[in-house]
Design a binder for this molecule. Structure first.
Ligand SMILES: Nc1ncnc2c1ncn2[C@@H]1O[C@H](COP(=O)(O)OP(=O)(O)OP(=O)(O)O)[C@@H](O)[C@H]1O
Ligand SMILES: O=P(O)(O)OC[C@H]1O[C@](O)(CO)[C@@H](O)[C@@H]1O
Ligand SMILES: [Mg+2]
Length: 334
């Protein structure tokens, strides 16, 4: 697309995350500052296909920087997986003269944006908005810090009661394919075990570690489990905290275990200061990027500098988990 970008759309897609509103605000206000027309697109890609969008003003994003969720709503739009759906979407963008798109979402949303840009030449910019922090090319994703803090506050409370009763608690945090919330909240709460989809920890390993701790009269145990953790990856139906508890109870008769599943409270609530800051910074740079002709990239922050990763790479590569973290968990929980 060779015409200069002058009318842009902004949407949120996939799971919502605290900080999405702050990013929408930054995109809208930066766009208007540079003389662009900015359209808010409702419910992710569904809003493009259904032509459900409206022109935004600076006032339409007032009083939202502190609010969780997304004023544009979000969706997982099945139609967009098919070329037919994307064709419809392109026709609506063309009809309205929208010639640039800012997509706030996770890896799936960026795959959609990549396809739209490749098939129809619409310049797209991705802003990493997911509590899962599973995107390559950025140290931060919107909502991760808030979600991890929500998990930490809840686990601290569970620790109080676990300690009073000398109990083993298994706490499930979000992360269908990613263990970052488990890793960060587990380390921050002094958990004895952290189980994540990325690391193959067997039930035998947990049992032998529990027996070892029992010998040392360590009575309280906190096990943090990412929802996507599988004790046996060849059996993907068995996953998450309830299954871990069942397997442990089967093997360690008489052990009193309690399970807490934190669930969607991790996705809501006011964004933390960090999430508001990175959302504002990424939103501003997303618009600058479109204006400078740096298209089809994900805006990220690496080592406190802006970093632009081609969407194609952002969706293909995986963020690597620092290897020292697992040693830290083992040594500090001893
Ligand atoms: N392969 C794909 N082709 C076209 N569109 C896609 C593709 N993958 C995802 N999308 C679009 O992006 C939407 C969001 O994707 P997905 O549900 O994977 O969430 P996400 O963006 O990865 O966020 P999160 O994982 O944080 O919830 C999908 O509902 C679909 O509309
Ligand atoms: O309940 P939903 O919207 O299907 O999404 C759940 C998934 O979304 C995420 O929270 C990411 O947004 C994952 O960690 C989780 O598995
Ligand atoms: Mg995803």
């Amino acid at each position: 697309m060779s015409t200069k970008v002058n009318k842009i759309g902004v949407l949120t897609s996939g799971g919502d995350s605290p900080g999405m509103n702050a990013a929408i605000r930054a995109v809208v206000r930066t766009g208007i500052y540079y003389g662009l027309e900015v359209f808010g697109i409702m419910r992710g890609y569904s809003g493009i296909i259904e032509d459900d969008m409206f022109q935004m003003s600076s006032r339409s994003v007032a009083n939202i920087i502190q609010r969780g969720g997304t004023i544009l709503k979000t969706a997982r739009c099945k139609e967009f997986y098919n070329e037919e759906g994307r064709k419809k979407a392109f026709a609506n963008l063309q009809k309205r003269g929208i010639n640039g798109l800012v997509v706030i979402g996770g890896d799936g949303s960026f795959t959609g944006a990549y396809k739209l840009s490749k098939e129809f030449g619409i310049p797209c910019i991705g802003i990493p908005g997911t509590i899962d922090k599973d995107l390559y090319g950025t140290d931060f994703t919107l909502g991760f810090d808030t979600a991890a803090n929500t998990a930490v506050q809840s686990i601290d409370k569970i620790r109080d009661t676990a300690d009073s009763h000398d109990r083993l608690f298994i706490v499930e945090v979000m992360g269908r394919h990613a263990g970052y919330i488990a890793l960060h909240s587990g380390i921050a709460t002094g958990a004895e075990h952290i189980l994540m989809p990325e690391v193959n920890t067997t039930i035998e390993e947990i049992i032998s570690s529990l027996s070892e701790q029992e010998k040392r009269k360590k009575l309280v145990n906190l096990v943090i489990v990412a929802e996507g953790y599988m004790p046996d990856p060849s059996n993907p139906k068995i996953k998450g905290a309830n299954e871990v508890a069942r397997l442990l109870e089967e093997r360690l008769k008489g052990l009193e275990i309690r399970v807490t599943i934190l669930g969607h409270i991790q996705r809501g609530g006011p964004p933390s200061c960090i999430d508001r800051l990175i959302a504002s910074r990424m939103g501003y740079h997303a618009v600058e990027s479109l204006l400078e002709g740096r298209y089809n990239v994900m805006v990220g922050i690496l080592n406190n500098n802006m970093h632009y990763t081609p969407l194609e790479i952002a969706i293909r590569e995986k963020q690597k988990m620092g290897e020292d973290w697992l040693d830290i968990v083992k040594i500090l929980a001893s």
